[in-house]
Design a binder for this molecule. Structure first.
Ligand code: UDX
Length: 516
């Protein structure tokens, strides 16, 4: 039979929110915790503060069933941590590319402080899972540390919103870190924050993708758990036994490296296919068919071979930069990774080069950009190619309008004020002379392009930054189409792909200002 446990999930971003709601669906009693009062307030109303398909329903279900509750960090009492504390706080990039670990450290300090407070004075070191007296030390707030003060900022304790303290005594929780941290971090932080209390640290990297996060959670390719304490790692793995995925139990640092290795390798595939695409444009080949042709070799695999404007999002740019930074710390020249980063920074500027070629000066040229989110089915604009591209177009005098089904609000906060933003592609296309497809939203791919052609003005230049449109159909509708690495199309237009000036990337131009 299944064993249901009590779980705290600290940090209610994409990973934490999915983890909390999914573990509640599995039957566990879950307490979702965050330091942001507005966020917690919304979750308590069973609302998800970002767009992720299927997550709303999952949260509503958990809340209605009484298995999913939410609390501000400052409200949580020692007895309410449960058997596992999942840490899913952010690890953003610092200016150097290094991962900023302050939220992870604050989270571990938060757990440690509560465990310490929940213990009888003078109690010795306990192993994870051992019982301690719930009375001892409880209620004393003397031990509130700096991390806790941060956690409690703007907080008012609300009674009755969290789990009641366990009747039979407190158990030391296993700390499960889902946040992506550089290899070596877990061992260091476990020694500092958890080992003195006998708490186990388990690295449990998460591989879910935004936009299909709920599906990915329940259908992982593998479960990776790394710890210096194998028994703790196995208890964590047991939580996911029902998902039927292979389980890899490793030491902490190895588990951390699996996550960086996976992201860096996938980023490498993307930059590699983009380099091939650029070559295809020069020799007059079609990268889409090249990708199919090489992807059928199982040693290569067909996924992550979509050429385009390169990778963005909350993970790849940040994690690749952090691995690059780590290599520098160890004075190891990770040449391949640096090339991956450079190619990605350059790739997102291809539309700019193409527009310059078509129009000469962009001054006064109405240009529509379709897609502000870094990929479809999310409102996440972090490291989105469009957000690098649009300010450069504006700088060159283009009259930019942009559309996105979900990300307009988030993009507005970071884009120049003169850019007109709308959820409607046709509205953005009205009167435009060129359009850049930056994100392959279904609504854009299936747009009424005939109507779009009527609304647009000559030369109806389309830069398909995701190779998502049908070149022949677009040409038939009167568009001047260009994709990424669909050089055969350029030959068909009777143009000499080999000497194309737009595709001769400017040398030495500073690109990718937003990298990392
Ligand atoms: C990624 C990883 O897939 C996931 O395992 C990890 O946990 C977090 O990072 P995510 O960022 O949500 O997930 O999106 P993903 O679908 O992987 O796409 C990442 C970026 O690569 C997007 O910008 C996407 O447009 C781009 N991409 C992806 C390509 O340019 N070509 C491809 O073939 C695949």
């Amino acid at each position: 039979g299944e064993i249901f446990v009590r779980i705290t999930v600290l940090g209610l971003g994409y990973v934490g929110a999915v983890a909390a709601a999914a573990l509640a669906r599995d039957g566990h009693q879950v307490l979702g915790v965050d330091v942001d009062p507005a966020k917690v307030e919304r979750y308590r109303r069973a609302e998800v503060p970002f767009y992720e398909p299927g997550l709303d329903e999952l949260v509503r279900e958990g809340v209605a069933a009484g298995r999913l509750r939410f609390a501000l960090a400052g409200e949580v009492e020692p007895g309410q941590l449960g058997d596992f504390v999942f840490v899913a706080v952010g690890t953003p990039s610092r200016a150097t590319g290094a991962a900023d670990l302050s939220q992870v450290e604050a989270a571990l300090a938060w757990v440690a402080e509560r465990v310490r407070r929940g213990r009888p004075a003078g109690a010795g070191v306990l192993r994870a899972g051992e019982a301690v007296d719930p009375q001892g030390g409880a209620g004393s707030s003397d031990g509130v540390g700096a991390a806790d003060r941060v956690a409690m900022a703007g907080t008012e304790a609300t009674a009755g919103t969290v789990w009641p303290a366990a009747a039979g005594g407190l158990r030391a929780p296993i700390v499960v870190v889902k946040s992506t941290v550089p290899p070596g971090t877990g061992r260091r932080l476990a020694r500092r924050y958890l080992a003195p209390l006998g708490l186990a640290y388990v690295a449990n990297p998460e591989f879910l993708r935004e936009g299909s996060a709920v599906h990915d959670w329940f259908h992982p390719d593998r479960v990776v758990v790394g710890s210096e304490e194998r028994a703790a790692a196995e208890r964590v793995a047991a939580l996911f036994a029902g998902y039927g995925a292979p389980v890899l139990v490793t030491d902490t640092t190895t588990a951390e490296m699996v996550k960086y290795g996976a992201n860096a390798f996938l980023a490498t595939k993307i930059s590699f296919i983009n380099e091939l695409a650029n070559m295809c444009d020069r020799v007059g080949a079609d990268v889409e068919e090249v990708a199919r042709g090489i992807g059928l070799d199982p040693r290569i695999g067909s996924q992550f071979l979509r050429a385009g404007l390169g990778y963005g999002g909350s993970c790849f740019p940040k994690d690749v930069a952090a691995l690059d930074h780590l290599a520098r710390v160890y004075d190891y020249p990770f040449e391949l990774l640096r090339a991956v980063i450079a190619v990605n920074a350059r790739q997102r500027l291809l539309p700019l080069y193409a527009l310059r070629e078509v129009f000469g000066s962009l001054a006064g040229v109405p240009v529509a950009v379709l897609g502000l989110a870094f990929k479809p089915n999310t409102d996440d604009v972090r490291e989105a190619p469009a957000l690098d591209l649009i300010p450069l177009l504006v700088e060159e005098g283009a009259e930019v309008r942009a559309a996105d089904p979900q990300a307009v609000e988030r993009a507005r906060a970071v884009l120049p004020g003169e850019v007109r933003l709308t959820p409607s592609a046709l509205e953005a296309l009205d009167g435009a002379r060129a359009v850049v497809l930056a994100t392959e939203w279904d609504a854009f791919v299936r747009l009424d392009w005939e109507e779009a052609a009527r609304r647009m003005d000559e030369p109806r230049f389309v830069f398909d930054g995701r190779n998502a449109l049908d070149p022949a159909r677009m040409a038939a509708l009167g568009f001047r189409y260009r994709g990424v690495g669909r050089g055969r199309q350029r030959l068909a237009e009777g143009r000499d792909a080999v000497v194309s000036s737009a595709l001769d990337l400017p040398r030495g131009e500073v690109v990718g200002a937003r990298s990392g």
